[in-house]
Design a protein around this ligand. Structure first.
Ligand code: FES
Length: 503
């Protein structure tokens, strides 16, 4: 069977596979953590260390979601400029955003040291570089706000890149690591002493209460507290109006010349992000970018092609040895939502990490640990998951939600691509009209066809075909499905129903 084509990332290719068993029956714990990525595994490990009985419930394999598809920068320089954070959250909010990112970076560093995790952790400088006068002006304007927030940042013209740039903001003491090696080190330590890690266990429903109930396809977990660490929260309408899902792409290859280890970002919109990574003693470069809205009508193969061209032109690389893509969730007002879910007393959510998933995923684990243990957390108010800031990001909010409404209506009214299976060539996907109903059809290269409902099981938008990843993607809130309808990404929790095609 031809399933979705998840290109294995450099991390997956360079760290051993690991298998954990599925849940078998009902279970009672203190905390149920949904999602086996950075936020989930960090939460589980910190709570276990504090004496809690924890279970991690992962739908597929741990680190198979967005954490497996990251480029793993640990950084204080966030996607939202500090000048914007200062305007929307005040000078103290901007300072807290910087301090919390620093705290997350140091949390990773301290776990690496305390547990002896062999994960290529390395402190490096970060450069956000400008290639035009206009971009340089923008960096100069950002400098005082970043300094005021507490970053150790300067404007420099000495940028160690193999192509000319006009200058860069340089932030000292950021960090790189191998996320899979790091998190497998945490995952291996979770089972035992009343704690569990289950894979291949899909959560179908979360019921807040005292206790909470987490209904899975393999049993019911009863827990005092529940953490949803699932990139995008499961079936929450309120939060989804404030989250905008994007696809992003990455490529990597061995360097044939020198490049100073570090984190580099250009100033384009959307930007490219670059880093180094040692693999078997040979330094590689990783380049990411070419972001677009999930489910947008773009040629996704072309996104890889553009990124490969960018990389080969600018870096001393002759061949690219891996490529992968991931999902980025942009928050409406520029900062993640981390904390108790709306109208919940015991269900916590963490989402909207933008392009800084490793930093904010770690921060979420630290914050959940404090909140669940009843300890004060200095960042809780800033990242409050129930906050509403009507002015911050208002333009994007209106535009993004108008687009969701537009897609909901237009895709329903749009004409199908055809009526007969014969109109779908091998390797192609189309939406056909069969007996007056739309059917999403993919034909494998050998001619075998898979037919599913095109109606997303989250809130009913219609899915679009993603050729590069061979998946059906929902443009409304970012759910993704395999050609056979299996959920790949939330917020949907139920598969697309299969459909019969006339012979
Ligand atoms: Fe919300 Fe599809 S993800 S409708």
């Amino acid at each position: 069977m031809d399933e979705a084509r998840t290109h294995p990332s450099l991390w997956t290719l360079t760290a051993p596979p690991r298998e954990f068993p599925p849940l078998t029956g009902d279970l009672t714990v203190d905390v149920a953590v949904i999602g086996g990525g950075m936020a989930g595994l960090t939460t589980a490990w910190l709570l276990k260390r504090a004496g809690k009985r924890v279970v991690v419930l992962e739908m597929n394999r741990i680190l198979s979601g967005q954490t497996g598809q990251t480029t793993a920068h640990l950084t204080e320089l966030l996607d939202t400029p500090y000048s914007t954070l200062r305007r929307d959250f005040g000078p103290s909010g901007a300072r807290l955003a910087a301090a919390s990112s620093r705290a997350a970076l140091e949390q990773v560093a301290s776990l690496v040291e305390a547990l002896g995790l062999d994960c290529d952790f390395q402190r490096v400088p970060l450069f956000r570089f400008a290639e035009t006068v206009r971009e340089l002006d923008a960096l100069e304007r950002e400098l005082p706000a970043a300094r005021e927030a507490g970053l150790s940042v300067s404007l420099t013209h000495a940028v160690p890149l193999p192509f000319p740039v006009r200058g860069a903001l340089k932030v000292e003491d950021q960090a790189l690591f191998h996320p899979r090696k790091y998190l497998l080190g945490l995952a291996d330590r979770i089972p035992g002493e009343g704690c569990h890690l289950f894979e291949d266990t899909r959560v179908l429903d979360v019921q807040d209460g005292a206790p909470c109930r987490v209904v899975t396809n393999r049993g019911v977990v009863t827990a005092t507290d529940v953490v949803e660490a699932t990139t995008t929260p499961l079936n929450r309408v309120f939060l989804h109006t404030k989250l905008y899902p994007y696809r992003t792409y990455a490529v990597a290859g061995p360097l044939e010349g020198s490049l100073e280890p570090g984190e580099y970002y250009d100033s384009r919109e959307p930007y490219h992000y670059i880093r180094t990574q040692p693999v078997d003693g040979h330094l590689h470069v990783i380049v990411g970018g070419e972001d677009h809205k999930v489910g947008a009508a773009v040629d996704t193969e072309q996104c890889y092609a553009a990124l490969e061209e960018y990389t080969l032109k600018r870096f001393p690389v002759k061949r690219l040895t891996s490529r992968w893509s991931g999902q980025v969730i942009e928050p409406a007002d520029g900062l993640p939502f981390i904390g108790l879910n709306r109208a919940s007393r015991h269900v916590y959510v963490a989402t909207g990490f933008s392009g800084t998933g490793m930093t904010f995923g770690t921060l979420a684990g630290m914050m959940f640990t404090d909140l669940i243990l009843g300890r004060h957390n200095a960042y809780a108010a800033l990242y409050d998951a129930t906050r509403v800031k009507p002015l911050a990001g208002a333009k994007d909010f209106l535009q993004e939600n108008a687009e969701v409404a537009f897609r909901f209506v237009v895709d329903r009214l749009s004409r199908p691509d055809g009526k007969h299976l014969s109109e779908v060539a091998p390797g192609e996907a189309k939406v056909l009209e069969v007996d007056g109903k739309k059917v999403a059809v993919y034909r494998e290269p050998d001619g075998t066809s898979h037919a599913v409902s095109p109606v997303c099981t989250h809130l009913g938008c219609h899915v679009h075909w993603n050729g590069a990843e061979r998946s059906w993607d929902c443009p409304c809130h970012g759910a993704r499905y395999s050609p056979t309808g299996k959920v790949l990404n939330g917020p949907a929790v139920r598969d697309l129903p299969s459909r019969k095609l006339p012979r």
